[in-house]
Ligand binder design. Structure first.
Ligand code: NAD
Length: 339
């Protein structure tokens, strides 16, 4: 069994912990938290050994009546691999700790690409992470674009990608984020940083991205134009995308007209936390005009990177090839909607 430590038990960390626990070949050694808040209490409730991430705050856990299994250094020492799911920039501060214990680490999309040996997406470049000490599972948006572009590149070749990313202002629990009532070009300069981030996965890809922020919390929405190198029809592309296990081509008959109904659908389907691990692509939007493919997709920012973190664990440790790992992860989690 692969022993996995999770440092940072917030939006991504708690989901990764549950996903790791669901795998037949992995165990959660423990999770590390900075503060004794509701998530810390929930971690204990879920029977995850809880480690203090900050030495000076150990007493706060005792005062809150929360029993600790130890401090984060002990968690790192006991783990075959650590998934760092701390806020942007903290992973960089933690890197020397992982190096001191010779424990390979996965970081998240908030960290700079320069921090790591390899940026990772399971569908696109799984094999490149083998034996890497420091691996970055790319952001929710980059994950969503990489999953979409990998099969298109393989099947038709891609001349150019132009994508507008309409981004949620914050996650549902991020009461400090916004905008509340505005529509922001963000960044106002073009291209946005997202295109270069996709280039950490596909270095030779010609891609321009534009970013916006809107008062929404449920998902990001991408408006995508891909100029294909080879001939394709709308039906062929729809079939290609529908055959990908982490792309969910939404049938029009479901009447899912936006992120609200998509989340409701996921909750009704019994998904934990209403998570949508797949890119949700509106089937009716898939259109080929000449060389140009157009579509809309929703990206559930809180959860699409979760199966990717699970696969990255196996990729780094050389425990399975891409196909085996993706299948194992999908099966253990229940990726893919029956419609
Ligand atoms: P979060 O704030 O929800 O969770 C981070 C957790 O880490 C919190 O519980 C926080 O208390 C804890 N923490 C803070 N400092 C710590 C430290 N020194 N040691 C251990 N724990 C510490 O953040 P998140 O949304 O889960 O984001 C984590 C990473 O994932 C970031 O790099 C982010 O960019 C990336 N990411 C976030 C999303 C998203 O939409 N939420 C999507 C994809 C990737």
């Amino acid at each position: 069994m692969i022993q996995v430590g999770i440092n940072g038990y917030g939006t991504i960390g708690k989901r990764v912990a549950d996903a790791v626990r669901a795998q037949p070949d992995m165990e959660v050694v423990g999770v590390a938290k900075t503060r004794p808040n509701f998530e810390a209490e929930q971690a204990v409730e879920n029977e995850y050994p809880l480690y203090a991430a900050v030495e000076e705050r150990v007493d706060q856990f005792a005062e809150a009546g929360i029993e600790l299994a130890g401090e984060v250094e002990e968690l790192v020492a006991a783990s075959d691999i650590v998934v760092d799911t701390t806020p942007s920039g903290i992973g960089e501060q933690n890197k020397p700790m992982y190096e001191a214990h010779d424990t390979p680490a996965l970081y998240q999309g908030g960290e700079d690409a320069d921090l790591v040996d390899v940026s990772f997406n399971a569908r696109a470049n799984y094999g490149e992470a083998e034996e890497a000490d420091h691996t970055r599972v790319v952001s929710c948006n980059t994950t969503g674009l990489s999953r979409l572009l990998a099969p298109l590149r393989e099947e038709y070749g891609v001349e150019k990608v132009r994508a507008t990313l309409v981004r949620r202002g914050g996650d549902p629990a991020q009461s400090s984020r916004g905008p509340i009532n505005d529509t922001l070009p963000d960044p106002v300069t073009i291209p946005s940083h997202h295109g270069p981030d996709v280039n950490t996965i596909f270095p030779d890809l010609d891609i321009d991205t534009l970013g916006m922020k809107v008062p929404a919390t449920l998902t990001h929405t991408h408006s995508v134009n891909v100029e294909l190198a080879g001939d394709a029809t709308t039906d062929e592309v729809r079939e290609l995308l529908a055959g990908e296990s982490r792309l969910f081509v939404l049938p029009g008959r479901l009447g899912i007209d936006g992120s609200g109904k998509l989340k409701e659908f996921a909750l009704d389907a019994g998904r934990p936390r209403g998570d949508v691990w797949e890119n949700a692509i509106w089937g009716e939007s898939i259109t080929v005009e000449g060389d140009d493919l157009y579509l809309f997709q929703a990206i559930h920012q809180e959860s699409d990177v979760v199966p990717e973190n699970v696969d990255a664990i196996r990729a780094v440790l050389g425990e399975a090839d891409a196909r085996e790992s993706i299948e194992r992860t999908n099966e253990a989690l229940g990726v893919g909607f029956e419609v």
